[in-house]
Design a protein around this ligand. Sequence first.
Ligand code: UD1
Length: 417
Amino acid sequence: MDRFIIEGSRDLSGSINVSGAKNAILPAMATALLAAGKSTLLNVPNLIDLKTMSHLLRVLGARVEYEAGSMAIDASDLCYNEAPYELVSKMRASVYVLGPLLARLKEARVSFPGGCAIGTRPVDLHLKAMEALGATINLEHGYIHAVAKELKGADIHFEKSSVGATINALMAAVLAKGTTRMFNAAMEPEVDSTIDMLNQMGARITGVGSTTLTIEGVESLNPVEIRMIPDRIEAGTFLIVGALSTAPITVTNCQPDHLEALITQLRSAGCELEIEESSITVIPPKVIKPTDIITLPHPGFPTDLQAQFTVLMAHAEGISYVEDTVFPDRFMHVAELNRLQANITMNRNVATIKGVLQLSGAEVMATDLRASAALVLAGMAAKGQTIVSRIYHIDRGYDRIEEKLNGIGARITRENA
Ligand code: UD1
């Protein structure tokens, strides 16, 4: 199993590039199943989660080819409707095939996703949306079995803002008969990018950028070629690297308007930010100011940057509070950060962080994707050597992170232990 050996406290400077957004590409791959033809996704990084999704699409009968950042998906022969346990248990986002399978094959069997390191993550909102559109759902032998002779437009009221449920429901509603209205839909940029792709394929969705979406069902969709948006979480992770460094770092190929909540908090922490059309330069403060954050659905502060921001606050001069309202159990990184001599205590979903000026290197273990990124950031800032094991979590969502960070002066070595 690979691990990272990190020599900390190095001087960083220069610019670092952002790849395409994993969380936009996963639904885009599922969306491609809706057209009987070959779609092409551009700006696609080489990530384990995307390989897992490719595997799943092939199991369903699609042809998937990946070369040099371009992914071609030919769903002409989509024929098999089961997403098996082995794949869904590796990656929850496999549940995205539910909507397209129902829309195209009228039936789907998707293994029921279990919990994961960031807590219990139900799919009830996905299932209620499919039922509203006319599907009959049964849970049997660990599988969601959904059948719909005909999907029919309906009003769907999401009790809670959910990225996954909004996207899954959209993929089913575009080919349903009649009009669907969604209320309290999620507004994350990955939802907007899915809507953009669907509309380019011939869907009729209005209301993008708001919590109320209207979908006029169409008979069929066409394949499309589309460029994937930059990964705002990778960009945000690198901005936090910049905030922790001693010289300016420029994050290139990002979309600044997707990062507003983080930008506001970085400014509160004392950073100066120079924002261009597709790049942001962060000029770190001499002293990091304590800044409280509460994670919320977009446009609030993203839960996927909570662990990394906690590392920044572990270096602040004073006490700060970090609350996660989206995934209240997502604090597995705290115990590991305390091994690096951070001073963080937990009360339910609120971390109280007493800043220390210097963390100290140690051996730590990655537990989930974003927590691993946080440990890498902490190791880079700490004095001495940090070893992060189980880094397969980080390879799920960051493309060659050590190469990118070494490009701005970090010293991170991948070792096969
Ligand atoms: C997506 C992202 C994940 C991010 C999260 C929140 C992908 C592949 N993953 O996950 O990185 O952290 O958005 O921005 O894009 N919920 C329910 N019932 C449901 C579905 C969700 O109660 O049926 C709850 C969840 O437990 C959570 C909240 O709703 O508390 C938001 O989750 P959701 O937006 O659905 O997250 P995902 O789409 O799974």
